[in-house]
Design a protein around this ligand. Structure first.
Ligand code: ZN
Length: 102
């Protein structure tokens, strides 16, 4: 097994797990519930971890995770037409449908 993703937010990890499952990648979740026992343990040790069960699927899983991370990290942008703020993953303005300009 290989660790492919870890994040302090279990919702993020579950989200990635679902996306990988849809792509046919089998994964195992570790530390899923350990945040309930957060105490003297350093926080990083209790982050939920997503492991790829089949080593041959690891590369595919890693590429999917990278693609998802880039979507989430894309900076917000402002529409040149209506000046509304848009999420980085949007290609057109949610308000006026004007196309994104770099
Ligand atoms: Zn707009």
């Amino acid at each position: 097994m290989k660790l492919v993703y870890t994040h302090e937010n279990p919702i993020m990890v579950n989200n990635i797990k679902n996306i990988l499952a849809q792509a046919g990648v089998e994964t195992l979740l570790r530390n899923e519930f350990s945040q309930a026992g957060l105490g003297e343990i350093p926080a990083f040790d209790t982050w939920p971890e997503l492991w790829v069960i089949e080593p041959l699927q690891y590369e595919k899983a890693q590429q999917l995770v990278e693609a998802i991370k880039q979507q989430h990290n894309a900076p917000a942008w402002f529409c040149t037409q209506c000046h509304e703020e848009n999420d980085g993953s949007f290609e057109i303005c949610w308000q006026c449908q004007h196309e994104r300009e770099e």
